[in-house]
Design a protein around this ligand. Sequence first.
Ligand code: FES
Length: 178
Amino acid sequence: MKKSDLRPSPPEARSRREFFRAAADCAACTGAGFLLLLPMLSGRAGAQSNGGGDKPVTEPKWVDAGEVAKFPVDSVVKVERPEGAFFVTKRKNNTFFVLSAICSHESKYQVRWMEQQKVFLCLTHGALFDAEGEVKKGPAKRPLALLPVRVQNNKVQVQIGGVVPRPARKPAAAGAPS
Ligand code: FES
């Protein structure tokens, strides 16, 4: 073994390796081929963000996400505003469901919606969240934040910096693996 093999990898090489590991994990756990991920490879892995935008959010603020008609039923639409980024889903009963785009693991990197696999993927360390934002795979332990949403004057408005409490989850049965 060469002496250079024992040296730690430079940070750039490590992050590239972590990216490919996360992408491969996602493809493996969702049963999809790695080729599905190739269009993402040209993008920045886990764009750094303070909430998806350039301006720090100091207090909850309602922002327009777009006209109601912009959101097809059952689709997941990413909206990026200077104040933050989030994903909007319109359900069949015409209600809206909004998830923060910020990964709950380190609270500064954005997740991506993987339409075919129906999961949110964080490329930074490979966390996966289901369409409701619940954790499917760590290292994240908390779900994606649910944001308050309302419709006013036919526009969908989302409260950046606000949080909708999630219903408590059923406790695991005694003796069940956690
Ligand atoms: S920041 Fe998303 S998995 Fe670590």
